[in-house]
Design a protein around this ligand. Structure first.
Ligand code: C2E
Ligand code: CA
Ligand code: CA
Length: 758
């Protein structure tokens, strides 16, 4: 996996984790929101019901007070009571009820008042009363009982308010009974904590927001005149409250003080424009829900944190395992050099895009031996050392790798042969100095094959082709003991390719009939007519390519396939003669080349006999061309075989005489019918006149000797008229060569030369 794939994978994992994280946050948020909602609802209903409770308590208290005053009012019956008795009754009621002041004001506007120190003012004008008190007195005169606004008692210095009820004389309102009371009455009710469990505080405020009665325990200790002072409540919330107060509606609000959020609830008391102003600590009230929310938040945070840790941890593991994978995928575990895959990856583009490089395959001579003698460990160390040395010699932009065992590839940015040689020699010399073992003095010899980009004659260069070439070159270097650096040679390579093809396809080609019979005429120099023909094989592949005997016969002689091929050719010759005979043509004698190996085949002679019999051919229509070299081994044995072949009727010819170590002695000792002078004799003629004379003498001697030994003579390689004139003058019997005809297919040959009927 490369860096990009890793990044991609990581990105995908991160996206999944983010989606998962967002889902968790969303779920947490949703749960948190619904909890908050529940918390809010619970807080709201708590505060609402608690405040309601206080409102009822307060109203009850005021109703009770008014009731008391009404009862008292019933006692005061004007007309029945004189003024003193009335005053005494008022005083008694004042004392019984803990009023601050108490008075009665007739509709005339004057009245009696019991003051703070239980003194009776007999004549007080309503106009002298506090405005708030006077207002409720006047309302009572109109038959309405009432509660005054709060005001400060001038003598007491305390906040007080007054109740007033009408006093009747018969059906008519005669006056008003009024009593002022300390606001402590309210304070006591408000400070009863039972309804809030100590988590809330109540204040009494007026419709304008001014604080009338402040709970002793409260959130904000600073003494504020109105709820808007100090800006503890946000502007927006203040507006909301103001509007609710104006409309006389209840309202929820909140404010935050020192990090804690408090809930506010305002409820109209139903008396004057008074409101109950309730403040409550949210968390205190719905503690469980609040804790649950906190737990939820903490859990979400922990999960997110874990996810983060997971990503980081996963990233590290992935990166580590990726690094390991990369090592495994791209590096040779033994030496730490690149492996082949990585080498290909790095060098492909260089090789594909330009010729400006050379590719080197470097190998250790006798590595197997090193392994066996010094052991695997030492051999491994040697490989590591080779890697180190190569590493020192390659420059930026050049690459190397170890492929298998002791095979290293190097890509150099170098095309100059001498420079390449120098650099490789540098590497090889340094490796040469390496001591595998302290005890033994063994010199490590390297050899390498090189292909230079500019020598690769291909329109589309590719690393793969360069690899094939360099492998060929290193293989050649291996077989060459002298030359340790071998540069790729295209011709050598082509031969190798062909050789390989020949070896791998020969059997199939024989079965497919790809080996064709070609014939070259032998001209009778006495008559000027055709005197025979030589059978020469041509391999015509199914793609139509012609492969000449020189390209495969030497190989077949080595691998033994010659035996099969020669017998096949003898059979083709038999078939051809048979065809001529069947067609009523006068057959000519055909020569077939017989390789040396045939003579070592046990059933060679019987096989030959079988062929003659099968095709019903007179054996003397076939000449067997043998090579002089056979005689070098065992003349007697050869003569014995020749004798048996001749007994069957075959003619025997000695081929290529004069090309090798020919000797006239051997010639004399063999019982043959024909001598073929190799074309080297005619080839040598072209040099100088003096030489030509000597050549002619030699040829003349050979021909004479052959005649004496009863052999006919054939001269090969007749290419010109002069050649013919010469051989005629030498009294040779036959001439063979391009001057007469090239070897042509049996079919063409038949058309051209076999017109004569018997
Ligand atoms: P060879 O037996 O000496 O055959 C004569 C070769 O000389 C032929 O080459 C022929 O084409 C060539 N030749 C003929 N006239 C001239 C000429 O005027 N000038 C020159 N330069 N060359 C001429 P080819 O056909 O390539 O065969 C080469 C060799 O392969 C043969 O030499 C023979 O030794 C061997 N060979 C061919 N066919 C067979 C076969 O069926 N079996 C065996 N064992 N060897 C064969
Ligand atoms: Ca021949
Ligand atoms: Ca020959």
């Amino acid at each position: 996996m490369d860096e990009r794939t890793l990044q991609k994978r990581l990105r995908r994992i991160t996206v999944y984790v983010i989606i998962f994280g967002v889902a968790i946050i969303a779920a947490g948020g949703l749960i948190s929101a619904s909890l908050r909602r529940a918390l809010q609802d619970s807080v709201d209903s708590r505060i609402e019901s608690a405040t309601e409770q206080y409102r009822i308590n307060l109203n009850r208290r005021m109703d009770a007070d008014l009731q008391t005053l009404n009862t008292l009012a019933g006692f005061f019956q004007f007309g029945n009571m004189d003024i003193d008795t009335f005053a005494q009754g008022l005083l008694a009621s004042y004392k019984d009820n803990n009023y601050i002041r108490m008075g009665y004001f007739g509709k005339s506007g004057t009245g009696i008042r019991v003051t703070l120190d239980a003194q009776i003012d007999m004549s007080v004008s309503v106009d002298d009363l506090n405005d708030n008190v006077a207002a409720v007195v006047r309302e009572a005169w109109d038959g309405q009982e009432g509660i005054s606004y709060i005001y400060s008692d001038p003598d007491l210095g305390e906040d007080v308010f007054a109740y007033a009820v009408p006093v009747y004389a018969g059906e008519e309102v005669a006056g008003a009974l009024v009593a002022s009371v300390s606001t402590d009455v309210f304070a006591r009710v408000l400070e009863d904590k039972t309804a809030f469990n100590g988590q809330g505080y109540l204040h009494l405020i007026s419709g304008s927001g001014s604080i009338l009665i402040r709970s002793k325990e409260r959130v904000i200790l600073e003494k504020l005149d109105t709820i808007y002072d100090g800006r503890y409540i946000s502007q927006q919330e203040q507006e909301k409250i103001r509007m609710a107060l104006e409309a006389g509606e209840n309202c929820f609000s909140n404010f935050t003080y020192e990090g804690t959020t408090y809930q506010i609830y305002l409820e109209p008391l139903g008396v004057n424009d008074w409101y109950l102003f309730c403040v409550q600590n949210m968390h205190g009230v719905a503690n469980t829900i609040y804790q649950l929310m906190m737990v939820l938040r903490v859990i979400t945070a922990i999960i997110l944190l874990l996810l983060l840790v997971f990503i980081l941890f996963g990233y590290r593991i992935l990166k580590q395992s990726n690094r390991r994978l990369i090592r495994m995928a791209y590096y040779d575990p033994l030496t730490g050099a690149y492996n082949m895959d990585k080498f290909i990856q790095e060098t492909s583009s260089i090789v594909n895009d330009s010729h400006d490089y050379s590719l080197v395959a470097m190998n250790v001579r006798q590595f197997k031996f090193i392994n066996e003698i010094f052991g695997n460990r030492q051999a491994d160390q040697l490989l590591c050392h080779i890697k180190d040395v190569i590493g020192q010699y390659v420059e930026a932009g050049e690459f190397y790798c170890r492929n298998s065992a002791d095979m290293f590839f190097i890509l150099l940015r170098e095309t100059d042969r001498q420079r390449i040689k120098d650099r490789l020699k540098g590497i090889m010399d340094q490796i040469d100095r390496y001591a595998i073992s302290n005890n033994q003095d063994y010199r490590v010899r390297m050899y390498c094959g090189v292909v230079i980009g500019t020598d690769v004659d291909e329109k589309e260069p590719s690393l793969q082709k360069s690899m094939t070439h360099v492998m060929f070159a290193v293989d050649t270097a291996r077989t060459s003991a002298k030359n340790n650096i071998w540069f790729y040679d295209i011709h050598l390579h082509e031969d190798e390719i062909l050789e390989n093809y020949v070896e791998t396809h020969m059997q199939q080609a024989l079965e497919n009939g790809e080996f064709k019979l070609y014939l070259q005429p032998k001209m009778d120099l006495h008559t000027g007519k055709i005197g025979g023909a030589e059978a020469l094989v041509r391999w015509i592949t199914d793609s139509g390519r012609i492969i000449y005997p020189g390209q495969f016969i030497p190989l077949f002689e080595k691998n033994g396939f010659c035996v099969e091929l020669d017998m096949y050719m003898v059979e083709r010759v038999c078939i051809q003669i048979r065809e001529w005979l069947d067609k009523g043509k006068r057959p000519i004698r055909l020569s077939v080349n017989q390789s040396k190996l045939l003579f070592y085949e046990a059933d060679y002679i019987s096989n030959m006999k079988n062929l003659i019999d099968t095709y019903q051919i007179p054996a003397d229509l076939i000449t067997l061309e043998i090579l002089e070299g056979l005689a070098l081994e065992n003349v007697d044995e050869l003569n014995e075989k020749i004798g048996r072949l001749k007994d069957i009727g075959f003619k025997i010819s000695m081929d290529d005489f004069g090309s090798g170590y020919s000797s006239l002695n051997t010639l004399a000792s063999l019982n043959i019918d024909e001598l073929k002078l190799d074309r080297v004799f005619l080839m040598r003629l072209k040099s100088s006149e003096e030489d030509d004379d000597r050549q002619r003498i030699i040829m003349r001697e050979i021909v004479e000797l052959a005649q004496k030994l009863n052999m006919t003579t054939v001269v090969e390689g007749v290419e010109t008229e002069e050649n013919e004139i010469l051989i005629k003058s030498l009294e040779c019997d036959f001439g063979q060569g391009y001057y007469y005809s090239q070897p042509i297919s049996a079919k063409d040959f038949s058309k051209k030369y076999m017109e004569t009927d018997i």
